[in-house]
Design a protein. Structure first.
Length: 424
């Protein structure tokens, strides 16, 4: 019996072992089958992704080929059109690859080039804008002088009116003395005679025998004629450079712009916008803060190479201190003149600043040697007397005036139009 019990225990142990082995084998088989299934599933996902990417690529290529195909011509409406289409039909077919090479990238339509207004229309607008401006000082003078008997107080009012209009102390005193001794003012009450007297005295102060023409417009001037624009930021210097380019284009001159104001990021972009409208190229630096003199040098070389009639160089209007300004502007002029002589330096002043802008004007005059003045925003100011004072202080004529915000609102300064405008 003991032997039987022992064999019974051994048989039980062998059965448990067999069950364990079977369990291990089953688990291993399940793991292998699961691994195979997961691997097939992963390969199937990869294949689907590849097929989807290929389909998208095929769609994109088909779209590009469709965009590059030539437009189907409209049906012929005339015999000539029919003949041309027949000839084209008999011609050998063009390979698609050749068509792509010929057509290239489809470009956006270029906007039409504008034709700026000429001088005649600009001068007329100058007269009209000045006559409609708020409180021209000429009308105030006329109202005072139109009184029957002028007292000492009236003459003081005349002088105060001139000072408020920024005529300047010395010029105001001179004009009052001339008016007091003019018989048409002291001895006549006829408004026509009085107006003529006032007109004559104002014309004498403004100056009618001064040469106000730009050097680029004079006969015999060597080409390209170089103009450097200077002035404090905010006076409309860059805008004036763009408007001046339009004025020259209206005279059928070829113009080039140089963006030497490299310290103001928007200056070059602004200049390019002005140039693009009248098909005027702009030479600029690719990086912000580049050396202004190097841009001016490159612009002069390019204008000389292309044979342009006029080169207009825009400069920075920073005014930290007098020494830095003189050094920078002086360098721009010297470097430019290594390629071309500088014929003109125009100082841009805001007419609304009046006498406050005179100190700045003197600094620029000393820094680079200006040849003329451009007054902007003249139509919206009662300070028209700045024309008289700036000429007297700087010793150079006002050559151009801005009479509005429009692209062609820059006009050559005409003394008679100016005086007639402010007198109404």
């Amino acid at each position: 019996m003991a032997v039987c019990a022992q064999w019974s225990r051994l048989g039980g142990m062998d059965t448990n072992m067999v069950y364990g082995i079977i369990a291990v084998v089953v688990i291993a088989v399940l793991l292998i089958v699961g691994g195979i299934w997961m691997d097939r599933s992963r390969k199937k996902n990869i294949q689907q992704s590849q097929e989807a990417a290929k389909a998208k690529a095929d769609e994109r290529l088909a779209a590009e080929r469709a965009a590059q195909k030539p437009t189907v011509p409209e049906p012929a409406e005339t015999k000539q059109d029919l003949a041309e289409q027949t000839t084209d039909a008999l011609a050998p077919p063009v390979e698609e690859t050749e068509m792509v090479e010929e057509t290239g990238v489809v470009e956006e339509p270029v906007p039409p080039v504008e034709k700026p207004e000429g001088k005649k229309g600009r001068l007329q607008r100058l007269r009209e804008r000045l006559s409609k401006s708020s409180n021209p000082f000429g009308k105030a003078l006329f109202n005072i002088l139109a009184k029957d008997h002028l007292s000492e107080t009236d003459w003081e009012d005349v002088e105060d009116t001139l000072l408020l209009a920024d005529v300047g102390a010395e010029a105001s005193e001179q004009l009052v003395e001339q008016l007091r001794t003019d018989a048409r003012v002291t001895g006549e009450t006829d408004p026509t005679q009085l107006r003529e007297a006032l007109r004559g005295e104002l014309l004498a102060l403004v100056g009618t025998d001064v040469d106000r023409s730009l050097e680029a417009e004079k006969p015999g001037t060597k080409k390209p004629s170089v103009i450097i624009m200077v002035g404090v930021n905010g006076t409309g210097k860059t805008t004036t450079a763009g408007k001046l380019a339009r004025l020259f284009v209206s005279e059928d001159k070829t113009v080039m712009l140089g963006a030497a104001d490299t310290f103001r990021a928007a200056a070059a972009d602004q200049l390019e916008t002005w140039g693009a409208k009248v098909d005027v190229p702009v030479v600029r630096s690719d990086k912000e803060g580049a050396d202004p003199a190097s841009v001016a040098f490159e612009a002069a070389a390019k204008a000389k190479e292309d044979g342009a009639d006029v080169l207009i160089i825009d400069t920075a209007g920073r005014l930290q201190n007098k020494a830095n300004l003189m050094d920078e502007l002086g360098k721009i002029r010297r470097v430019t003149e290594k390629n071309l002589p500088v014929d003109e330096v125009l100082l841009v002043l805001d007419a609304t600043t009046g006498q406050n802008g005179m100190a700045q004007a003197k600094v620029f005059a000393e820094a680079i040697g200006i040849t003329g003045v451009v007054l902007t925003k003249l139509d919206g100011s009662a300070k028209g007397g700045i024309v008289i004072s700036v000429q007297k202080e700087l010793g150079v004529p006002v050559k151009l005036v801005g009479v509005g915000e429009g692209p062609d609102d820059l006009a050559p300064f005409d003394p008679e139009s100016f005086v007639d405008g402010i007198l109404g």
